[in-house]
Design a protein around this ligand. Structure first.
Ligand code: MG
Length: 261
C-alpha cells in the first residue's frame, strides 16, 4: 500500500484551503467619497482620493454624474452649487470651485490621479441613476466604462449603483468587471443569475437580514456595506468578515480591525 497517497491528498487539500482563505481579503477598508473627514478635505475631491491611496486603503469610493453636454464629473448630489448637474453644461458648473479650492473634477482627471502611484487602492466607482431617464443612466454607465478603459484602470475599478439596469448594462460590455448593487432590495442569491458579482448594502439591511451574509458567501457574492461610521457597528461587521467595509472613518475602522487581531 502506498502510504504517500493519502498524505499527498491531505497536503493538496490543505494547500487549497489555505489558498482560498488567503485569497479573499476580508474587512478591506473603503473610504466613502475618499478619505476626507479626519483631515478636513473635501468629499469627492482629488485630495480625498489621494489621501485614501496614501493611506494604502483597500478602496476609495466616488460618485459620477453626466452634465447636459456629456461631461462626466465627480460629485455626490444631483445638484452642484444649486445647479442640476444633468441639466447644466460643464463650463457653467466649473465656475464654482470645490470648498478646498480644487476645480470640480472630471472622471478623466479623477481616474488619472487614481492610477498614479497606486498599487493597493481599488477605485470604487458609483454611477448615479439619472433623474431624467433610465436610458440616460445607462448611457452614462457606458461612457464611464469607456473612460476607465481608455485610462487602463479597468482592473482596479469596481462599479456600484442603486440602479440595477446600470449594472446589467455594464455587464453587457464587460464580462469580468466587479459589479456591486447598492439598493438593499434583492437577496444575494437573486442577483447571481444576472451576473452581478456583489452586494453593497446599508448596514441596516444586513441587520434585518443577517442570513444574507451567509447567502452571499455561499454564492461567492462579494460583501460590501455602507456607511459604517459607528464603532459598535464596525465590530459587528468585522466579526462577520465582509470583503469590504465602506466608511467615513477609515482611521477608526483600521483601529477596530487591529483590536480584533
Ligand atoms: Mg456614493
Amino acid at each position: 500500500m502506498n502510504i504517500m497517497k493519502p498524505y499527498t491528498t491531505f497536503l493538496l487539500i490543505g494547500l487549497l484551503v489555505g489558498f482560498s482563505s488567503c485569497n479573499a481579503p476580508k474587512n478591506g477598508i473603503v473610504a466613502h467619497r475618499g478619505a476626507w473627514k479626519k483631515n478636513n478635505l473635501t468629499e469627492n475631491s482629488i485630495a480625498s482620493l489621494r489621501h485614501a491611496i496614501d493611506l494604502k486603503l483597500t478602496g476609495s469610493e466616488f460618485d459620477v454624474w453626466r452634465t447636459a453636454d456629456d461631461s462626466l464629473i465627480i460629485n455626490h448630489d444631483a445638484h452642484y452649487n444649486k445647479l442640476l448637474i444633468e441639466e447644466t453644461n460643464y463650463a457653467d458648473l466649473i465656475k464654482f470651485k470645490l470648498s478646498n479650492g480644487e476645480k470640480l473634477p472630471t472622471l478623466h482627471e479623477y481616474i488619472t490621479e487614481g492610477v498614479k502611484n497606486n498599487k493597493k487602492t481599488l477605485l470604487v466607482c458609483e454611477i448615479k441613476p439619472s433623474e431624467i431617464s433610465k436610458e440616460r443612466g445607462k448611457e452614462t454607465a457606458l461612457k464611464t466604462v469607456e473612460t476607465i478603459k481608455k485610462l487602463k484602470a479597468e482592473k482596479m475599478t469596481s462599479y456600484i449603483s442603486f440602479d440595477y439596469e446600470i449594472l446589467k448594462q455594464i455587464r453587457q460590455v464587460d464580462a469580468l468587471t466587479s459589479l456591486q448593487y447598492l439598493e438593499g432590495n434583492k437577496a444575494p442569491g437573486e442577483i447571481k443569475s444576472d451576473r452581478i458579482t456583489g452586494v453593497d448594502f446599508h448596514y441596516s439591511v444586513f441587520q434585518k437580514h443577517p442570513e444574507w451574509i451567509k447567502e452571499a458567501k455561499d454564492n461567492h457574492i462579494t460583501l460590501n456595506v455602507w456607511t459604517v461610521n459607528d464603532a459598535e457597528i464596525m465590530d459587528w461587521i468585522i466579526k462577520n468578515k465582509f470583503d469590504y467595509i465602506t466608511t467615513n472613518e477609515p482611521e477608526l475602522l483600521n483601529q477596530r480591525i487591529k483590536n480584533k487581531k
